[in-house]
Ligand binder design. Structure first.
Ligand code: BDP
Length: 608
């Protein structure tokens, strides 16, 4: 799915700002908030999660629908165009109404969708745009949750993932046009390298008149044409191509044009394209044929007040911090991040593990930590066939959105599912196929393994290309006892290496809650000293296991969690930075290690 863009043939109107806002207190259909002006005087910022913007607990804790509304004018010169409202994210379900009419609905809170407006409003006319957003999580949504209706009729939301269920329009809303006669509907670019030649295999899908000619041009960073081709499918060769490298991005513009018989451009759309290869070979992860060691983070889109709202100041600042500390990569834990973040990672040369929102598919963790009644994860009551269909859809939508990003080197189809529980294999086998079929570039795939599903218990690891492990030895296991933790951690890693001698292993989470400023002579848990000792211990083990191809610590920054998580004080504190991005003492320690790793692995972006 192409991100809307302005070009010589397309216009783009940004609809961000403050929108009228109201809770839907009862039934959406009964209240029909879209049939008139919204009640009350609240206004909510877009993009932002609404939960922490207002101080009313009824809004913070609301379970169900809310409505956003504003007036929009279709530009008067859009007379030979089709036009759409693009909602970049409505968490978790969104409906778009143009005046009184429902024009689009979408389930899945972190991927975009479109509503076509063309036949409903004429160029130059104004319309009332209402977007209703629902934040309920059930056993058939991804992520899943359980919804309870209490005796007083109030809904109560339970969910089993460890981050706050921020809701609303957290990413931009756009109105955009494409030429009506014929337009570029989708573009797929698959980069390859042969010697010093860069190859872009491409496929351009056309909407409207399909007999129109497709012409593609590749421009370098100086806007010089370095390759051309004709036809909707084909390849472009670039002599002496500059590669996209970790820490040293280089992006070509792949421009797809539709031309009429006289050669006039009818539509034009450009995709930033990095030329690089990705391959898993034995226990190595190769980027451009060279072994790559991941350093970096599991992260969250999370800041005070705006929740999961995309914010370019935080985005740039976070990338600055990652650069400073020597992080060459991150995982979009635990959902697809804003498209702007993916584009920025492309430009900054940051390597990304791109994850679906399939988190919380684990009632083993839930019953342990949240005292939920015991229930089987893979069962008609929780993750069933409908859940799997929603999960499959979340994989397809993620790949459709992000397939062209050079930064994406690995797809993660789920975080910490109950992969040691009966039924896991039956649930995941079809999803592995969905993921492999979805990506035309055939990137490797992984899922993120939970600490209970050790090498002798996990039922699904053999189906994936990289063994991604979240381990908390010294924190959740052998709490505070780093000597016992080290022995147990090393023994487990050796077990994985023995069982899967041909697969790379990657630490996708390891961490310890640390209260910034809490100092201790005896390095007790929660202190800054403990966090340092904990990471030192983990790194000693990483350095002993050759099959480990990377380490992403949990978490980049402290982040908000559900109020049900009584063991969290104002959120999860495993950040290397605080929620407002101040470094904890560990930051300098990690920087030292990662700068050295990056210099040693000697790719062009490493600091020398
Ligand atoms: C892991 C989860 C992550 C949590 C983390 C923790 O993948 O979402 O926040 O543990 O407990 O189980 O801090």
């Amino acid at each position: 799915m192409l991100k809307p863009q302005a070009s010589s043939t397309r216009d783009l109107v940004n609809l961000d700002g403050t929108w009228r806002f109201a809770l839907v207190k009862d039934d959406l259909e009964k209240e029909a908030p879209w049939t008139g002006a919204l009640p009350g005087s609240l206004e909510a910022p877009v993009p932002a999660s609404y939960n922490d913007v207002f101080i009313d607990p009824a809004i913070h804790n609301h379970v169900g629908w809310v409505s956003y509304q504003r007036r929009v004018i279709v530009p008067r010169n859009w007379t030979s165009d089709r036009y759409f409202v693009r909602v970049s994210a409505a968490t978790h379900e969104g409906r778009v109404y143009v005046n009184d009419k429902l024009v689009a609905e979408h389930i899945g809170g972190y991927t975009p969708f479109d509503a076509e407006v063309t036949s409903l409003v004429k160029p130059g006319q104004e319309f009332r745009l209402t977007i209703t957003v629902n934040n309920e999580l059930t056993n058939t949504t991804i992520p899943p949750g359980l919804l309870e209706v209490q005796a007083d009729g109030q809904k109560k939301q339970k969910y089993f993932h460890d981050f706050y269920n921020y809701s609303g329009l957290a990413r931009s809303v756009w109105l955009y046009s494409v030429p009506a006669a014929s337009s570029v509907e989708d573009v797929t670019v698959i980069p390859d390298v042969q010697g010093s030649t860069g190859i872009i295999n491409y496929d351009v899908q056309v909407a409207g008149d399909k007999s129109a000619d497709v012409h593609v041009t590749v421009l370098d960073e100086d806007d010089k044409v370095v390759g051309e081709a004709k036809g909707a499918k084909g390849e472009v060769k670039i002599d002496n191509a500059k590669l996209w490298q970790p820490g040293a991005a280089y992006l070509y513009q792949f421009r797809a044009e539709i031309r009429d018989s006289a050669g006039a451009v009818q539509d034009s759309y450009s995709v930033a394209t990095g030329i690089r290869t990705v391959e898993v070979k034995g226990t190595q992860f190769l980027i451009n044929g060279k072994p790559f060691y991941f350093t970096g983070f599991g992260r969250h889109e999370d800041t005070a007040v705006r929740g999961k709202g995309h914010d370019s100041a935080y985005m740039v600042h976070d990338f600055q911090l990652m650069d400073w500390i020597g992080a060459n990569s991150f995982r979009t834990s635990h959902y697809p991040y804003a498209e702007e973040v993916m584009e920025f990672a492309d430009r900054q040369g940051i390597v990304v593990i791109d994850e679906t929102p399939a988190v919380g598919l684990n009632l083993g963790i839930a019953s342990g930590f949240f005292s939920t009644k015991k229930m089987a994860t893979w069962s008609p009551e929780y993750c069933n066939e409908q859940t799997r269909e929603a999960h499959a859809n979340s994989i397809r939508e993620l790949v459709a959105r992000d397939k062209n990003h050079a930064c994406v080197v690995l797809w993660s189809i789920s975080n910490e599912p109950s992969s040691n529980e009966d039924g896991a294999r039956e649930y995941f086998a079809p999803l592995v196929k969905v993921a492999r079929d979805a990506d035309p570039a055939k990137r490797p795939i992984c899922f993120i393994n939970v600490m209970f599903a050790k090498f002798d218990l996990c039922l699904i690891s053999d189906m994936f290309d990289v063994l991604c492990l979240n381990r908390y030895y010294g924190w959740y296991e052998h709490t505070g006892d780093l000597v016992a933790a080290e022995a147990a951690f090393e023994a487990e890693m050796l077990g994985w290496a023995k069982k899967y001698p041909d697969k790379p292993m990657m630490m996708t989470e390891y961490g310890a809650d640390t209260l910034s400023g809490l100092r201790s002579w005896n390095a007790g848990p929660w202190s800054e000293e403990f966090q340092i000792a904990y990471y030192d211990m983990c790194h000693r083990v990483h350095d002993k296991i050759p099959a480990i191809i990377g380490e992403q610590v949990w978490n980049f920054a402290d982040f908000q969690t559900s109020a049900n998580h009584i063991f969290r004080v104002d959120g999860n504190k495993k950040g290397i930075f605080t929620r407002d991005r101040k470094p904890k003492a560990i930051a300098a320690v990690l920087k030292k290690r990662w700068d050295k790793i990056n210099v040693d692995q000697d790719y062009p972006g490493s600091k020398k």
